[in-house]
Design a protein around this ligand. Structure first.
Ligand code: NOJ
Length: 554
């Protein structure tokens, strides 16, 4: 495999709105990110992915873009952005932006022009169809609930939106749309961006002609996934985008790819793939139900292990997965994957370590490095996220009481990951001098950056060690390019694997609070990482404390 500049990097996702506010408006900004570059450098991360900062009405927190060429004033100016790219470069860091081109905002000028003249040039930038006898063109349900179709006022026509009604889908079949997208990507890459995280990209290809499918709920609608599973040919658009934009710039790209067909893996992330990498969502989607969050099945440590290994086996050495335990669309990883009430320091480190040492590119989501946890919602009025509000309604409609519904959606809410970054123990956790746009997690006095940077046993210090190990000249080749081989797979609540390259490493985690002893496949030569002070083993057995995590050279 040809070595690429991003293979040995560690990435970090910033959710700008919640990172650091420097002007007191309660919203994080680019100046805040610039002021923390040294903190991020000290942690050891190289690639910074910023969730959208373009001009947006914020119906979906910036994933609804009204102007692809400008920075939303709430985040700062283009000069701030250029300064960020420059200052990152000085520190040998790369800035990666979010590329949201399945849809734009209904406040984008293209959509305004399309509404003014649906049969004109811009009408063809979107999916616009006549209603039939007052009925929507198809029966698909959007990701945020209700029909994917909304009216164009003053007409008998509707437009398609896979997500919120303020996010009209762009018509990728129209060459003019694709040209606009490529022009914009190249414009940003020419500014010195390292690349893009690519939003909802599978959705750009629709199964044509548009038609109804079997309903899956009492509302008579079916999940939009029904249509996507029948859509073929997305690769034509993706290879065009790769050849016209990413390849000439040697850009790093990571796709938010769900639902690709297994045989398409190589075309997606192989040597000449559409993208450099794609996220592994096997764990995050586990237990999901078409009915909604109220019907979701909780994930156990055994499920977690099997999901990770299935993804790793599927990809093998074809390409690089991007590994996460959380992002801005998920609850906090430590609250989701560790059994309830088990968010101890050791358990957090174990989960982080097991994920970080997998083959692929590790992505740390802001606050993960200090072990931030899910927040507490005392009322649905404290929730901002549209997906959570929709799920709350769905749960009530399924017969749950308001209190039960709040409990259920709290577990999965995207707002868990969107509460302000916990910098210190001062008012509003040092995130803002004003009123934060989303309530700070009340546990910030116990969990914050300032404390952890001064504590050698903190979660922060542990992540730092993991990153240093990944960069260490002796282990680098094995950790980056080595194969992954699961081991002790039948030992309950043990997740263990070899990383084999020029060296052999054994990564092992005891995914439970009770101690346990398991066979040791080979005698360790050196202990490279341990989330406790000691470990006990002999030639044949290793005794692990609850949540113990080890990286051993064997
Ligand atoms: C995926 C993004 O991560 C999510 O936050 C957003 O709501 C949808 N795509 C729509 O853009």
């Amino acid at each position: 495999m040809t070595k690429k500049w991003w293979h040995d990097k560690t990435a970090y996702q910033i959710y700008p709105k919640s990172f650091l506010d420097t002007n007191g408006d309660g919203i994080g900004d680019l100046k805040g990110i610039i002021s923390k570059l040294d903190y991020l450098k000290d942690l050891g991360v190289d690639i910074l992915w910023l969730s959208p900062i373009y001009v947006s009405p914020f119906a979906d927190q910036g994933y609804d873009i009204a102007d692809y060429y400008n920075i939303d004033p709430r985040f700062g100016t283009m000069e701030d952005m250029e300064e960020l790219i420059e200052k990152a470069k000085e520190r040998e860091m790369y800035i990666v932006m979010d590329l949201v081109v399945n849809h734009c905002s209904d406040e984008h000028e293209w959509f305004k022009k399309a509404c003014a003249d649906p049969d004109g040039e811009y009408g063809n930038y979107f999916y616009i169809r006549e209603k039939k006898d007052g009925k929507s063109p198809t029966n698909w349900r959007s990701y945020f609930g209700n029909s994917v179709w909304s009216d164009i006022p003053g007409t008998n026509k509707q437009y398609l939106h896979s997500f919120h009604k303020k996010q009209p889908d762009l018509n990728w079949e129209n060459e003019a749309v694709r040209e606009e997208v490529y022009k914009n990507i190249n414009w940003w890459l020419d500014k010195g961006l390292g690349g893009f995280r690519i939003d909802a990209i599978i959705n750009i290809k629709k199964a044509l002609p548009l038609q109804d499918y079997e309903p899956d709920r009492a509302d008579g609608l079916c999940s939009i996934q029904e249509m996507l599973s029948r859509a073929n040919g997305v690769g034509e658009f993706l290879s065009e985008m790769r050849d016209r934009c990413f390849k000439p710039h040697d850009a790093f790209t990571v796709g938010e790819v769900f639902d690709e067909k297994p045989e398409e893996l190589d075309s997606f992330i192989g040597e000449n793939g559409y993208f450099s990498s794609k996220f592994d969502f096997n764990e995050t989607i586990f237990g999901g139900s078409e009915k909604g969050w109220y019907d979701a099945k909780a994930i156990t440590p055994e499920d977690y292990k099997h999901c990770c290994f299935a993804a790793q086996r599927h990809v093998g050495t074809t390409g690089f997965l991007s590994n996460i335990i959380e992002n801005h669309d998920e609850p906090r990883g430590v609250s989701h994957y560790l059994p309830e009430g088990e968010c101890s320091l050791e358990a957090k480190k174990m989960l982080g370590g097991l994920n970080f040492m997998l083959r692929g590119i590790p992505f740390i989501y802001q606050g993960q490095e200090i072990g931030m946890e899910n927040t507490v919602f005392s009322s649905i009025d404290e929730v901002d996220d549209i997906a959570t509000l929709d799920q709350y309604q769905t749960t009530l409609e399924a017969g749950y009481s308001p209190e039960e519904a709040l409990n259920i959606v709290s577990r999965y809410s995207r707002d868990n990951a969107r509460t302000p970054m916990q910098w210190d123990a001062s008012a509003n956790t040092g995130f803002t001098n004003g009123t934060p746009w989303l309530k700070v997690n009340p546990n910030y006095r116990d969990i914050n950056v300032a404390d952890q940077m001064n504590d050698e046993h903190s979660v922060f210090m542990f992540y730092k060690k993991l990153i240093q190990l990944r960069k260490h000249p002796r282990w680098k080749e094995t950790i980056i390019y080595g194969t992954l081989e699961p081991v002790l797979e039948d030992e309950k609540n043990i997740m263990a694997y070899y990383r084999k390259g020029p060296e052999t490493l054994l990564i092992i985690g005891n995914f439970q609070k009770d101690e346990q002893e398991v066979p040791l496949p080979r005698m360790p030569k050196e202990i490279l990482i341990n989330n406790y002070q000691e470990v006990s083993y002999d030639e044949t057995r290793i005794h692990l404390k609850g949540w113990q995590f080890l990286v051993l050279e064997i």
